[in-house]
Design a protein around this ligand. Structure first.
Ligand code: ATP
Ligand code: MG
Length: 789
């Protein structure tokens, strides 16, 4: 009989207790969010260890994210002193890596084999297609990579794939050649980690027996999200004698789009002859209104195994719903609420911002940054640290300063231009010898390598030339096209997200420009005139850090591009929460699975965004979105905010949206609308004025009153829109007798040509191309310029 006296078991409800102390046999826990599945799983490991039924080396536990695995280890060590090193606790990929490192010889891999990420995989596929002289139009690399990954995830090697037509035959040939190439180079991709481990165990009874004897207990969290190969893989480690504990929730299956199969739960029940099916019905996480909202929403899904959840925590606070005029205002509101929560004593790490897609984090990050509030982005990098964004910034830095060697190295061969490591070594040598920049040393590299480098320089030079006097937006758009970055990511397997982020960079620049009141397409008004409320709120901290005041002596102002780049590096660097620092938690809903927080904000609840556009017109897709929304809601313990915005900058354009259809599926009684449901800002204003208003007076009055119900937007400002022609002509005449194309002399920078004129009166400025000093922005009321011709 199991020992039930352990303090570990205190506080468990009868069903949980039964699950923790089950005999060593296969079991399935099927239960809703927050019912203690993960807690049962971890407690069971602790209990088995404590009662001496297993040793640390005899446990294998699998979860889906690194954060969840870490969490599990932390919870375990908090429960009892145990050496966690010997335990196999991790993600599927993490455990496969561990297995293959241990058996590298038998796996036919070099001891220090490398793992290809999805970008590496795609370029490997491309090389194969090229080597086989195939047409990339017919065999789109991205699709071929999908084909290979999908085959592997079905457990199929090239010769196992059924061939019915010539197209498939060629695909299989590519697959084979790709495998040969990986073999030669000693690398494995993600799917290979799993497949290779699976096959080794399948084909080697001794090895399989060894592991089956070793792991008496195998525990799987989030079982609903396993795909076919992962399930087969589990069956290798788990034999008839193994006590497998699988826990899951069909309502939280959110990876069907990647091939996860809820059906694995039924197969598991049957194939392992599961005698213990445990349901947990009490939710310990969320207050009543939150749980009501979750239950109500998910009841709209037709295909469910059917579970109920109740709580004894009391109704708690209603779910707060807030509508906004723009994503910018939404972010401001989130920050104000966060401040209030923090003041009320809630640690920041207990607050989470969730969003449907990664690109949405940028606006939120920016608002948090400006408020000086530490935050941490999980399961994805902070916006300005994402690889594709860094690549794009590197191009921009080169346009601004071609001698930036770091940026040069980052993108000289990205996207690939056939510039090899040897060429770059030669280039670095030449630069070292003469003490010049890489850019300047290109002439010293002979042969084809040198020619490729020169072509790259010409590309950047051309970009600089073409974007002279262009707006920040135009510069970035042109750069994304001409550099080949957009094309590159269009062909990548996970490229869609990256393209979204690149488009988001355009938004970032747009927002930056209008905040500055700087650049061609913003009406040039000084910031304080533009938004008095903003200054009062201490809002433009990030902007203040970028010094836009003209140099008192020369009149030089940094270019919008330079200012933006400074802004980008500031945002990327300094505000990153230090390890252990109390920080707001930001992540996509997918990455939030299994986690919980005292207060949760789900932002961007608009039709087309959440539910996602791609899934909206398809019943299965919509059900998956709904499960995702269920996951989002059930992350909250005490307070839940749901918000949406009438307009949102997406892909470089302002998008007008309706609130998410999921609002109609939430129980009225559990919600509290913080703002009137129809609060139209209208679209009649010229953009700069509208933004000035939203950021200025709108923000100022929102801070105090935005939280109370029935808040009315302030009256629109009475500024009439200024016809664009008028602004242009004002800028052209600028009062300083300058015109575009005119040659001028500056006492410090020498001779130059006027390339752009902007602003009027004291705000007038010119961009001038100087011979030795490059292009500079000068404030005309300070700079002493003499026309030459
Ligand atoms: P999800 O489906 O979101 O992964 P879950 O079913 O894994 O949720 P847990 O994370 O294990 O749920 O538990 C939710 C919360 O409830 C945790 O804070 C956990 O400590 C708490 N909890 C679970 N069982 C009990 C209990 N018997 N007494 C008190 N608190 C409990
Ligand atoms: Mg869990």
């Amino acid at each position: 009989a199991p020992d039930l006296s352990s303090p570990l078991l205190r506080g468990l409800n009868p069903e949980q207790l039964a699950a923790v102390t089950l005999p060593p046999e296969p079991a399935l826990i099927l239960a809703g969010a927050g019912s203690g599945k993960t807690r049962v799983l971890t407690t069971r490991i602790a209990w088995l260890l404590q009662t001496g039924q297993i040793s640390p080396g005899g446990v294998m536990a699998v979860t889906f994210t690194n954060k969840a695995a870490k969490e599990m280890l932390t919870r375990l060590t908090a429960m009892l002193p145990v050496n966690v090193r010997g335990m196999w606790i991790g993600t599927f990929h993490g455990l496969c890596n561990r297995f293959l490192r241990a058996h590298w010889k038998q796996a036919g891999l070099p001891q220090s084999f490398q793992i290809l990420d999805s970008g590496d995989t795609l370029s490997a596929v491309k090389r194969v297609i090229k080597a086989k002289n195939l047409d990339e139009e017919r065999f789109v690399p991205k699709q071929v990579a999908w084909f290979i990954a999908a085959s592997k995830e079905d457990g199929l090697r090239p010769h196992d794939v059924p061939v019915h037509d010539p197209q498939t035959r060629t695909l299989v040939e590519i697959y084979q050649a790709y495998e040969d190439q990986c073999e030669r180079e000693g690398v494995v991709d993600f799917a290979e980690l799993l497949l290779r481990t699976y096959e080794m165990l399948r084909d080697d009874p001794l090895l399989r027996e060894h592991y089956r004897r070793r792991f008496g207990h195998v525990l799987v969290d989030e079982f609903q999200d396993t795909n076919r190969l992962q399930y087969l893989w589990l069956k290798m480690f788990a034999g008839p004698e193994t006590a497998v504990l699988a826990v899951g929730d069909d309502d939280q299956s959110i990876y069907a789009f990647r091939g996860a199969q809820v059906g694995n739960m039924r197969d598991f029940e049957r194939e392992f002859r599961v005698r213990h099916l445990i349901k947990l019905e009490r939710n310990y996480r969320s207050h009543g209104h939150i749980l009501d909202a979750a239950n109500h929403l998910i009841s709209h899904n037709a295909r469910r195994m059917g579970k109920t959840l109740r709580t004894e925590a009391g109704a708690g606070e209603p779910v707060r719903v807030q509508e906004h005029g723009s994503d910018f205002l939404e972010a401001q509101w989130v920050v104000e609420e966060l401040k209030a929560l923090h003041r009320a004593g809630l640690p920041r790490r207990e607050t989470a911002l969730l969003y449907r897609s990664n690109a949405q984090s940028r606006v939120l990050e920016s608002a948090l940054f400006n408020a000086g509030m530490p935050y941490k982005v999980y399961g994805g990098l902070r916006f300005f640290e994402r690889a594709e964004v860094k690549h794009a910034l590197a191009y921009l830095r080169l346009i601004e300063n071609c001698n930036d060697d770091t940026s040069y190295l980052r993108v000289v061969n990205f996207p690939a231009r056939g510039i090899g490591a040897r060429t770059l070594e030669q280039l670095a040598d030449a630069a070292r010898q003469t003490g010049r920049s890489l850019w300047q040393s290109v002439g010293a590299v002979p042969g084809r390598g040198g020619a490729s480098l020169a072509a790259f320089n010409a590309l950047v030079e051309g970009l600089r030339h073409e974007t002279r006097g262009a707006t920040l937006r135009e510069i970035i758009e042109k750069m994304l096209q001409r550099s080949g970055l957009l094309d590159f990511y269009r062909t990548e397997k996970d490229g869609a997200d990256r393209i979204e982020n690149l488009e988001e960079l355009v938004n970032a620049a747009e927002a930056f420009v209008t905040q500055e009141g700087f650049g061609k397409d913003a009406v040039a008004l000084p910031v304080d005139e533009l938004a008095p409320g903003l200054i009062a709120e201490g809002f433009p901290q990030a902007v203040a850090a970028v010094d836009l005041t003209p140099d008192a002596e020369t009149g030089e102002i940094v270019s919008p591009l330079a200012a933006f780049l400074t802004h980008a590096s500031l945002e990327a660097g300094d505000n990153q929460a230090q390890a252990g620092e109390d920080a707001v938690q930001m992540m996509t809903v997918h990455a939030a699975k299994g986690l919980e927080f005292d207060a949760v904000f789900v932002t961007g609840l608009e039709d087309g965004l959440f539910p996602n556009e791609k899934a909206m017109n398809d019943a299965d897709g919509l059900e998956e979105e709904r499960r995702l929304m269920y996951v989002a809601i059930t992350r909250a313990r005490q307070r839940l905010y749901l918000s949406f915005s009438q307009t949102r900058m997406l892909h470089g354009q302002t998008k007008y949206s309706m609130k998410s259809r999921f609002f109609d599926e939430l129980p009225d009684g559990a919600l509290k609308w913080l703002s009137p449901r129809t609060q139209g800002f209208g679209s009649g204003f010229e953009k700069p004025y509208q933004q000035a208003w939203q950021r200025g007076s709108g923000l100022g009055s929102m801070v105090g009153a935005g939280r109370t119900a029935g808040w009315q937007p302030p009256a629109p400002p009475s500024l009439p829109p200024v016809p664009k022609a008028l602004v242009d002509s004002a800028a052209k005449s600028a009062g300083h007798g300058l015109r575009v194309g005119q040659a001028v002399f500056h006492n410090k920078f020498g001779e130059g040509l006027v390339i752009t004129l902007e602003g009027k009166g004291p705000d007038a400025r010119a961009q001038i191309q100087f011979g030795r000093h490059g292009a500079k922005w000068l404030a005309l009321n300070i700079a002493k310029l003499t026309p030459i011709d």
